[in-house]
Write a protein that binds this ligand. Structure first.
Ligand code: HEC
Length: 135
């Protein structure tokens, strides 16, 4: 039996519509890491860890720095210090503390990525020991 062309078309159209409803998950390596690299690694990366915080590795980012509050809480952007500080929700602390703000579209990507569970494929950009081991 032949599937009528109209039915086939309808099938593709609805598949397309579904694809549009649900955008692809945010890709950490392509979309999120570059934001952190550009705006945060200077002070929270392999060379410097202001307030004991590293943002270039998942376990460090989840553990947080001296505040002991996680910088990133998977699934919960509003509890993630990184988001709170970038957004400027805390009158005392803004990140980055000086210079250019993180553009809104980038912040939204970060928020979406955290909401989606903050998946952080282990590409191991460096093998330095975790800062947590010193404490
Ligand atoms: C110019 C250096 C600098 C840059 C760039 C910077 N930070 Fe910070 N960060 C600091 C300093 C200094 C502190 C401690 C400030 C304080 O507590 O008042 C800090 C503290 C933090 C903390 C709290 C750490 C803790 O647990 O104690 C978070 C979270 C944070 N930064 C996130 C970010 C994010 C996200 C970015 C990039 C968007 C960023 N920072 C960029 C200097 C920087």
């Amino acid at each position: 039996m032949r599937v009528p062309a109209a039915a086939a078309l309808l099938f593709f159209a609805s598949a397309l519509a579904r694809a549009e409803e649900k955008p692809a998950a945010v890709d950490f390596a392509k979309q999120v890491r570059p934001i952190l690299a550009e705006h945060c690694f200077r002070c929270h990366g392999p060379k410097e860890q202001k307030n004991g915080l590293r943002l270039d590795r998942r376990d460090d980012a989840l553990r947080g720095g001296e505040s002991k509050e996680p910088a990133i809480v998977p699934g919960n952007p509003d509890k993630s210090l990184a988001v709170i500080y970038i957004r400027g929700d805390d009158p005392e602390v803004m990140m980055p503390p000086e210079g250019e703000r993180v553009p809104k579209e980038k912040l939204e990507l970060l928020v979406r990525w955290i909401r989606e569970g903050a998946s952080w494929p282990d590409e191991a950009p460096d093998k330095a020991p975790s800062t947590g081991e010193k404490r």
